[in-house]
Design a protein. Structure first.
Length: 190
């Protein structure tokens, strides 16, 4: 049994690679971000974080929140979610099967501290690719203008922050999905 995680910015291809690899090698695929809507939203202590972004006016948020502040918000949200995510990881590992976990909220410092397996971080191929994916499956933005701003923050703000933290904790980062998939298969020993 082997486990691996894929973290990184929204719309970078985490789900695509995780599903593809899991199908290819017969592993379980777990999207930990789905716990936000299915489980975490029911916890009154986590509700401020499950609805953190949705409870704000997006345009005002992006106009008044710099990159470091946004990263700190994502970091605080991820740390609040981590006990629930970690419990799900441990429960799934107890099945004794190979697993590919993926989530935006897997941050490098949390993974290094608490996981007994390796992973990678996806930073996105380009701003244009992130924007096109975000338009098809908006994370927050209700208009194309806001979706473009959001994609820019994912790629130009979160991406460098993930990269910096991943390198600090010894994780590889990727912009090329083909290279990322190869690395995930290597970590799974396929």
């Amino acid at each position: 049994m082997k486990c691996v995680f894929i973290g990184g910015i929204p719309a970078s291809g985490k789900s695509y690679i995780a599903k593809k690899v899991a199908n290819e090698i017969g592993a379980i695929h777990i999207d930990l971000d789905k716990l936000r809507c299915s489980e975490m939203i029911k916890n009154p202590e986590l509700k401020p974080w499950t609805e953190f972004f949705m409870n704000r006016d997006e345009k005002t948020y992006w106009e008044n929140t710099n990159c470091e502040q946004h990263w700190n918000n994502l970091k605080n949200q991820s740390e609040a979610f981590w006990p629930t995510m970690l419990r799900k990881i441990k429960e799934t590992q107890s099945l004794g099967k190979s697993i590919v976990f993926e989530a935006v909220n897997i941050l490098p410092h949390l993974a290094r501290r608490d996981l007994d397996f390796e992973g990678i971080f996806l930073l996105g191929e380009s701003l244009d690719v992130i924007f096109e994916r975000n338009k098809k499956d908006p994370r927050w933005g209700k208009t194309e203008e806001l979706q473009k701003i959001e994609a820019d923050r994912f790629y130009n703000c979160e991406g460098p922050m993930y990269k910096k933290e991943a390198e600090k904790y010894g994780f590889k980062t990727f912009i090329d999905p083909i290279e990322a998939e190869k690395e995930v298969l290597k970590l799974m020993e396929y």
